[in-house]
Design a protein around this ligand. Structure first.
Ligand code: SF4
Length: 184
């Protein structure tokens, strides 16, 4: 097990007093920077910054108030913009489990040391059906592209993408878009 001991802190960010959103931080006694390339290989949409020994990711796309960020650093794991204290604490514990599970499976994973860029809404839009059919609940494909890049929508929310004529575009989208990793 890589993380055996940690101190957990749940708080309202000082830059946003009164907002009913919570952040949580686990301060670690072990250096987890060695696991970051393995997480980079397994968390789709993660952004890995080797020089900073940091990896960030968007999660919670399906939540009513949109996604939020999680960040892994050498001695810290943090999450922000969670709806309640309990949820923030639970999510952080899930992230610690994720690190420990990934550490145990590392022999089966090829580490990825590259930094991937998040796609722009325009890059995503170019791969969408561009019919503005509204089946995703958005008024236009561009609005959907914008929300997809912000992890507030999932590819599965666009039913036409499942049609055979869009198979190639769907595969290209799957390779670049940010979707929530499985935590816990
Ligand atoms: S469902 Fe897909 S094709 Fe239709 S508007 Fe939304 S993104 Fe565009």
């Amino acid at each position: 097990m890589l993380i055996e001991h940690y101190d957990l802190e749940v708080f309202t960010p000082p830059c946003d007093p009164g907002a009913e959103r919570y952040a949580a931080r686990a301060r670690l006694t072990a250096d987890i920077s060695e696991i970051l390339p393995y997480l980079n290989a397994t968390l789709r949409g993660a952004v890995y910054l080797p020089e900073a020994q940091a990896l960030t990711c968007r999660v919670g796309a399906a939540q009513k108030k949109g996604g939020h960020n999680i960040a892994f650093h050498a001695y810290e794991i943090a999450t922000s913009n969670v709806e309640d204290r309990e949820g923030a604490e639970k999510e952080l514990k899930g992230l610690i489990d994720l690190v420990n599970r990934t550490w145990e499976r590392r022999a089966e994973i090829t580490p990825d040391h590259t930094t991937r860029q998040r796609p722009t809404p325009m890059a995503v839009y170019k791969l969408l059906p561009q019919t503005n059919c509204k089946q995703c609940g958005e008024p236009t494909c561009y609005t959907f592209a914008f929300k997809l890049t912000a992890a507030q929508k999932k590819l599965a929310d666009c039913p036409p993408l499942a049609e055979p004529q869009f198979a190639e575009k769907l595969a290209a989208l799957e390779a670049i878009v940010i979707e929530a990793p499985a935590i816990g």
